[in-house]
Each structure stands twice: as C-alpha cells, then as structure tokens.
Design a protein around this ligand. Structure first.
Ligand code: FA5
Length: 371
C-alpha cells in the first residue's frame, strides 16, 4: 500500500478536526497550494500505478471521493482571506478536472488490458468436439407396426395402404354393413358428409385390394383409424393392422395357425391367447382374439376391465357376400382376414397401463423406447 502513511495522517487530522469542530492548524495560501500540488502528484502516480480497474477506482474514491483528499483541502479554505478563497477554489477545480482526465485515461487502458487477458483466458478451441446431439428415434407405434410387418412378411404378406377418408361404400357397404344395419353401431363413426367417413377400421383396404388385384393374395393393410371413443384402453385416433389371405383352399385352421404363429413371434413364448366366437358382418365364422393382461397377469385390473384378458383384434373367414361384392368367384376363391389394434399390441408387449400415453408424446415416456 504505497499511500498507507499519507492515508493515516489524513485520517488522524480529519478525526481531530471532527472532534474539536474547527480547523486546528489554519494554513496560508502558499502552503495550501503546495499541499494541493502534492496531492495532485500523489494521485497521478497512484492512478498510473494501479494494477486493476477496481484498485484504480479505490484510489479515485480516496482522492476525488465525497470524503476524499480534495474535499478535505477545500475545507481548509476557511482559513484564507476573502480574496484568496476564489483563487484557491479555482485551482482545486483545475486539479480535480485534471485528475479526472488522468483517471479516465488510466481506466481505459486498464479495461483494455483486462479485456485482452480475459479473451486470452477464454480462447476458443475449435478442435474441441461439440455437444452430443440427441438423435430422434421411431415412435413406439411405428416400431411395433414395423415389427408386425417383419413377422407377416416372413409368411409371404406384402403391404397395402388406403385413404383415411373413405367412401361409405368401402368402410361399410362392401363389407356387408348396409345402411341402417345395427352393425354400424359397433364402431362410433366420425362422418365427413352423407357419403364419406373417417375410416373406422383398416378393413376397407381388403376391398380395394380385392377390386384391384387378382388372387391369390396375401396382403397387410395398416394405418390410422378413427372412432368416437376414449378411455384407458380406447383412443379416438388409433392404428390397426389388417391381414388378408385369399387362396384356393383356406380354412379356419389356416387362420388359427397364422394368428398363433404371429402372436408367439411378436409377444414371445409364455403369453396366453384365446379365440372367442364373435360377429363381424364381413367374416363368417368370426372370432375375437384376446391376450392375457400384462399388468395384472390375469388377476383383473382396470386396464383389462377385471377380465384378465385384453382384446387385440378380430378375425374370421371372409364372408362370401364380400367376395360377391368384389366380383371374386366364391367358393373357387376363399379367404381369411384379421385386424389388430396396434396400440393394444404395444401396451401388452411393453406392459403399459394406459393407452393414452401413446398420443401424448411426452418425451419421458417416448425415450424408453429408444432401443
Ligand atoms: C375391427 O375393426 C375389424 N375390422 C377387425 C377385423 C378385421 C375383423 C378383419 C375380422 C376380419 P374391432 O372393432 O374389434 O374390429 O377392432 C379391432 C381391434 O382394434 C380391437 O380388438 C382393438 O384391439 C382395437 N381397437 C378398437 N377400438 C379401439 C380404440 N378406440 N382404441 C384403441 N384400439 C382399439
């Protein structure tokens, strides 16, 4: 601290003056001018020797601050004559502005030095590797659909698609669900207009294929379907996968064999499946396919509605009326078809307690399907 002694001396004088309330040692103009010159030279050298902008600021406060050395010397003007006071006051102001100039020059150069030092410390290393980017991955429904394709492709099935907005004819009529038939109530339909609907299932893809292609056929149709339906195991917008086999001799045994193979391949061994007699206007006979509930393992829970089973799809032998509507000669050609809910298959495979997690797109949920 180069100005330690100077500092202490001034402090002592100031304290003494404060205690007795007067300037105890009045000085002449000459003495004050000498002291002012000394303060100026001390301030200049301390400003130029400051090693940092914060040390420089401390010196500024010491010399030019409210209680600084210059203020103190101004107080001593009281001991001067009336004529001397303005002369000395002018000198003090000149010294003050000169010191302020020196201060701002020193401050500029210190700030420049500090900036350069900081830039040197923060030097950019362009060879460093960048932050790893998180890569996206397929949505679980996409993954499950892909897996289903792979299994059915091994049985000779190939992929077909169809429009999401279907004519009433393809969604209902050609599938043996005429106007005003009670079977239309099996699926709560979103109507676009009197003749168009958001398709309620992937079965219309069967009709497009029967109309456009010649048997034998083994096709899979897949995509989004829509129903006015929503709860823990139902979505208004979900996905189905449809299989259709048309050949010369097709029986219920072929259907059961195909589905059993598919279910074992998809879920792995150990999962129970069952066929329940059911009704679909476009298949005869028809069956409902269920898998054991992965959450309660058959004991009963809210997901399986306490039945221990979750329905994954419907199936059956193609109704001759469907062949007739598509101008395919029956019984020369026969066939079976099945349609599964993709989200249902996914909740069973991964043990997911609520089907509504799929469309929510919460990344904490989706990241679990990265691998
Ligand atoms: C049908 O949609 C028939 N087209 C299936 C079919 C195809 C039968 C070929 C015979 C021959 P169903 O309405 O049962 O059937 O729906 C099939 C599957 O879709 C259901 O078993 C279920 O797994 C799934 N599913 C149905 N509604 C919903 C829904 N709202 N949310 C999620 N999945 C659903």
């Amino acid at each position: 601290m180069p100005y330690f002694l100077h500092d202490v001396t001034h402090e002592l004088v100031r304290d003494l003056q404060r205690m007795i309330g007067i300037d105890c040692c009045p000085m002449s103009l000459k003495e004050l001018e000498e002291q002012l010159a000394q303060i100026q030279s001390e301030a200049q050298s301390s400003f130029s020797q400051a090693s940092s902008s914060s040390a420089l600021y401390d010196q500024k406060v010491f010399f030019l601050g409210k209680n600084g050395t210059l203020t103190e010397i101004m107080k001593k003007m009281a001991g001067l004559t009336k004529e001397e006071r303005p002369l000395f006051g002018k000198k003090v102001n000149e010294v003050k502005s000169a010191l302020e100039n020196v201060y701002s020059q020193c401050e500029d150069s210190l700030k420049q030095i500090e900036l350069e030092q900081q830039l040197q410390k923060e030097e950019l290393d362009l060879t460093l590797p960048s932050w790893p980017r998180e890569l996206g991955h397929p949505h679980p429904i996409h993954k499950v659909t892909e897996e289903i394709f792979q299994i059915l492709a091994r049985l000779g099935y190939s992929l077909r698609t169809g429009p999401l907005i279907e004519k009433d004819h393809y969604n209902f009529e050609a599938l043996n669900i005429p106007q005003d038939h009670p079977a239309r109530d099996m699926q709560d339909t979103f109507f676009i207009d009197g003749n168009h609907v958001l398709r309620t299932h992937t079965s219309p893809i069967q009709i497009h294929s029967l109309e456009q292609e010649t048997p034998p056929l083994r096709i899979i149709g897949t995509g989004a379907v829509f129903r006015c339906d929503s709860d823990i195991s139902h979505l208004p917008h979900f996905h189905q996968i449809e299989g259709m086999c048309v050949d010369k001799k097709v029986s219920m045994a072929d259907l059961k064999g195909t589905i059993s193979f598919f279910v074992q391949e998809f879920f792995g061994p150990g999962l129970k499946t069952r066929f329940r007699p059911s009704f679909f206007p476009f298949t005869e006979p028809s069956a409902e396919v269920d898998c054991s509930c992965p959450i309660c393992k058959g004991a009963g829970c809210s997901l399986c509605k306490n039945s221990g089973w979750i329905e994954i799809g419907g199936a059956g032998l193609i109704n001759p009326k469907v062949f007739h509507a598509a101008h395919i000669p029956y019984p020369e050609w026969q066939g079976f078809a099945f349609g599964f809910g993709v989200e249902r298959m996914a909740i069973i495979k991964y043990g997911i307690p609520d089907i509504r997690l799929f469309p929510e797109n919460d990344l904490r949920f989706l990241r679990q399907f990265k691998k």
